[in-house]
Write a protein that binds this ligand. Sequence first.
Ligand SMILES: NC(=O)c1ccc[n+]([C@@H]2O[C@H](COP(=O)([O-])OP(=O)(O)OC[C@H]3O[C@@H](n4cnc5c(N)ncnc54)[C@H](OP(=O)(O)O)[C@@H]3O)[C@@H](O)[C@H]2O)c1
Length: 429
Amino acid sequence: MAKEGVEKAEETEQMIEKEAGKESAEGGGGGSHRLGDAQEMRVVVLAGFGGLNKLRVTRKAMPEPQDGELKIRVKACGLNFIDLMVRQGNIDNPPKTPLVPGFECSGIVEALGDNVKGYEIGDRVMAFVNYNAWAEVVCTPVEFVYKIPDDMSFSEAAAFPMNFVTAYMMLFEVANLREGMSVLVHSAGGGVGQAVAQLCSTIPNVTVFGTASTFKHEAIKDSVTHLFDRNADYVQEVKRISAEGVDIVLDCLCGDNTGKGLSLLKPLGTYILYGSSNMVTGETKSFFSFAKSWWQVEKVNPIKLYEENKVIAGFSLLNLLFKQGRAGLIRKVVDKLLGLYNQKKIKPVVDSLWALEEVKEAMQRIHDRGNIGKLILDVEKTPTPLVPDARTMPTRLPWTDDPTNVYWSSTSPETHPTRERERQTRSMD
Ligand SMILES: NC(=O)c1ccc[n+]([C@@H]2O[C@H](COP(=O)([O-])OP(=O)(O)OC[C@H]3O[C@@H](n4cnc5c(N)ncnc54)[C@H](OP(=O)(O)O)[C@@H]3O)[C@@H](O)[C@H]2O)c1
């Protein structure tokens, strides 16, 4: 484990050195560059499906906006669990590699393609992108772009669309959450989990049951009503508190959690499958985990659903947006969500910021279940120096118990409250 951490740090160091070398060769210092006639930009590239070593930061020709597209100078990008699954090739119909990953970003409009109305150069925006988000510049159709409030930071904006739209769609469009209902959500400390918890709190008297790794409980305990360890027998725990079960089960794990979730539904309750995190059991795709998860999924007979008055649903935001043409519906949802943000009823929880060159470490943090809220790739952040300076302190990697696994961080607790919060949370365990 310690060796793995050191190897990763060395890899990052090499990436930084490589980038620095390129920049000096090109006579630049950050931002975009001109090589020959083509303007270039920094991007994260996935060279092939597999482990973290398939990710690189490299330079690519900068895109220009096509008809109906906006060109965005990216400030921050969201890193989601689905990005790990894409990296592994653990998704249906994966696109060809090499590819630039990432489905959401925030930034400033830099150019408008033909027939784009309602936006101006200089607008602060957040956007969905069908891949290619992890870059200094992104072009995406206008229907996937949303202006952001003046007081919303770019990090918050990059943490907003995927998590809050997914949570909102499931709770209000699919399951029709109303006053007095109860909801079970897994990975309650994660990006979607925290968005679900916040949206539930906008409706009176909603009971939220959450599962999460125990070390997160202190940090997130106020966001949900009841919290259980992710390994606990949550069916028993929920039934002890609510014998009839719950109205809504949000399942991002799949496998045997499908049957457990269905067994917890009250009459007229809704079960929604929206992820398959259980398929990710290591750095690379595991056929065994895939088969196990598939095999364990409860095979449902519609006649049983009819007799028991239960609803089963599935939800995929990316398919809804990019394959099923529902951008108009999603825009209305984003408008409602921005209204809630302006009323200070919801606020993205940002776990930590990472430079593009730190993408492997950022992904490792999710693999290690270390995050509370969303990870952000901050395009303007320089990678954390790997040598100590006057302000640095040695810090145990917060997501490992190995005492030899130490890295040097130049981020003081004042400027990096998340890491300080983690240290406090860990020391309480
Ligand atoms: N269908 C859609 O439209 C849609 C949209 C967004 C996200 N999703 C799904 O929603 C889920 C959450 O997504 P997110 O982006 O917000 O991520 P996230 O919850 O922040 O993901 C990280 C957390 O997931 C938990 N986890 C569960 N299984 C894991 C595993 N095998 N490996 C590592 N961590 C695991 C860990 O928390 P604990 O240890 O505390 O449980 C971890 O900290 C994912 O399944 C994702 O695919 C679906």
